[in-house]
Design a protein around this ligand. Structure first.
Ligand SMILES: [Zn+2]
Length: 56
């Protein structure tokens, strides 16, 4: 499973891969990660909820 998304670390679009997926009462929480630099962000129910630095 992949997601086309702008990576702020690479400064270009990347095909993020699904690193984790958890079912919450809010909806499905998915953690996406850039295969090039390791930058990750979390989406819940389709909205961008939070981002974390590449070092996390
Ligand atoms: Zn990246």
């Amino acid at each position: 499973m992949e997601l086309e998304h702008e990576c702020p670390e690479c400064d270009r679009r990347r095909s993020f891969y699904l690193a984790a997926s958890t079912e919450l009462h809010l909806g499905r929480k998915r953690k996406w990660r850039c295969p090039e630099c390791g930058y990750g962000f979390v989406r819940i129910g389709g909205e961008v909820d939070s981002a974390e630095p590449a070092s996390a």
